[in-house]
Design a protein around this ligand. Structure first.
Ligand code: RB5
Length: 148
């Protein structure tokens, strides 16, 4: 399992905490930054992670910002990315099982480190259920072809 991780200044501490957890689990992590509290623009980091997944360099991604929301909006603009903002364990499991999400977005100003790590653990352990969800995930892909 290879995992891409990134953050903006608002998610820097949470990214570091999540990365530490992942490395402890011996999960290979590619860290796309940022590396400090200096102000940066989150779409640049969502793009790095999304593109690395679509290029097949990483299987899944985790993005941290203040709320997780800006990162998810930006990441979901990349074809093939299904990014979910998650702040609870139930949704962490459901978004892998039902949505086959490939990017998890976390908000440092919303979710404490302990819960965030539990969310990451749950998300990584859950698996896409396929079946009836396959058609729906496929329909999300069809929306990407919508020209307007
Ligand atoms: C940065 O101040 C903040 O806007 C960003 O981290 C994020 O919360 C955006 O959605």
């Amino acid at each position: 399992m290879k995992l891409a991780i990134a953050c903006d200044h608002g998610g820097f501490s949470l990214k570091e905490a999540v990365k530490k957890y992942l490395l402890e689990q011996e999960i290979e992590v590619e860290d796309f930054g940022c590396h400090s509290r200096e102000s940066v623009d989150f779409p640049d980091y969502a793009r790095k992670v999304g593109e690395s997944i679509m290029a097949g360099k990483n299987e899944l991604g985790i993005l941290c910002c203040g709320t997780g929301i800006g990162m998810s909006i930006a990441a979901n603009k990349i074809k093939g990315i299904r990014a979910a903002v998650v702040g609870d364990v139930f949704s962490a499991k459901a978004t892998r099982e039902h949505n086959n999400s490939n990017v998890l977005c976390l908000g440092e100003r919303v979710t404490g480190e302990g819960l965030a790590v539990l969310i990451v653990e749950t998300w990584l352990q859950a698996e896409f259920l396929g079946g009836r969800h396959e058609k729906r995930v496929g329909a999300i892909g069809e929306l990407e072809k919508h020209l307007c």
